[in-house]
Design a protein around this ligand. Structure first.
Ligand SMILES: [Zn+2]
Length: 138
């Protein structure tokens, strides 16, 4: 995955846990204004990412302990939920740069895009390849 993506790490034991973590990753993309990928296992090379955001503490899930520690050891950007919420949600479209109150990340697979405005979402949907549909934020 790309270096400009944040890896979002937390408990994914149950489908509900994964749903919570995916919802949290929306905030990560919206506030840090980088794509945010949900880590669905521990099989990630954290150094391939721009940074790591932990949903829970280091001790609350095995992925947090393992991937979080790897990020620290690599001297990477690694923050928790408390620090994340010190960032303001962005109101600027990450695609066209226009200020738009409705700018929001879009989920693609298990990765949220940067916040984009509705007209860029519509444009992306128009040009999207079959099999790579945009999924609207809940
Ligand atoms: Zn836009």
């Amino acid at each position: 995955m790309a270096r400009n993506t944040i890896l979002v790490v937390g408990n994914t034991t149950t489908p509900a846990d994964l749903e919570d973590l995916t919802a949290f990753a929306f905030d990560v993309a919206d506030r840090i204004q980088l794509p945010a990928e949900v880590a669905t296992s521990m099989a990630y090379d954290v150094t391939a990412y721009a940074g790591v955001v932990l949903y829970d503490t280091w001790l609350d899930s095995v992925p947090s302990a393992v991937l979080g520690t790897e990020a620290l050891e690599a001297d990477m950007f690694a923050i928790g939920a408390d620090e994340l919420y010190a960032y303001e949600p962005t109101k600027t479209c990450g695609h066209c740069g226009e200020v738009d109150d409705e700018a929001a990340p879009v989920l693609r697979g298990n990765t949220w895009t940067v916040s984009v405005c509705p007209s860029c979402v519509a444009e992306a949907a128009r040009v999207a390849l079959p099999g790579a549909p945009l999924v609207a934020a809940a």
